[in-house]
Design a protein around this ligand. Structure first.
Ligand code: OFO
Length: 162
């Protein structure tokens, strides 16, 4: 059985994962509107992954006898300055999520909740990948700079993400 404290922390994180999906979907819309369909597609896949992160946590809370309380999801921003701005914000957001997961893991350790500790290890590892992917996207986009051909190639490559 989950403690009330862990239950509240998991509920907060479920909301944050759903917000992440919202944010990436908003970024995807922006990219589609500026004609970068590959970036849009990459971000849409990312948004779907965030919903999976939320649902994995949702299932876990119920499995442990806890309650899921769905709160309102904050409205994400809808416009960015350019592709680099989008990518930098993906990275910044993932770094923020890593700090949230670390906080959650910290509470599980404090509470001696070994099952949650084990469950959250997946998220700790996932965040390594999340940050690395965002960092790579950022670096490549910055490297391409104003070179339209390079952006087009990158755009095509990003469209391959399933
Ligand atoms: Fe859920 O990992 Fe990204 O935000």
């Amino acid at each position: 059985m989950l403690s009330k404290k862990m239950e509240a922390e998991f509920n907060t994180q479920i909301n944050k994962e759903m917000y992440s999906a919202y944010l990436y979907l908003a970024m995807s819309t922006y990219c589609a509107n500026v004609g970068c369909c590959g970036y849009a597609s990459w971000l849409k896949v990312q948004a779907n992954e965030e919903m999976e992160h939320a649902m994995k946590m949702y299932d876990y809370v119920l499995e442990r006898g806890g309650d899921v309380v769905l709160e309102a999801i904050e409205k994400p921003q809808s416009t960015w300055n350019n592709l680099v701005d989008v990518c930098e914000n993906v990275l910044k957001h993932e770094q923020y999520v890593t700090s949230c997961i670390n906080h959650l893991m910290g509470v599980a350790v404090e509470e001696k909740d070994y099952a949650s500790n084990s469950f959250l290890t997946w998220y700790v590892n996932e965040q390594i990948e999340e940050e690395a992917n965002a960092d790579e996207l950022c670096k490549k986009t910055k490297f391409a700079g104003d070179d339209k051909n390079a952006i087009l190639l990158l755009n095509e490559k990003l469209a391959e993400r399933k």
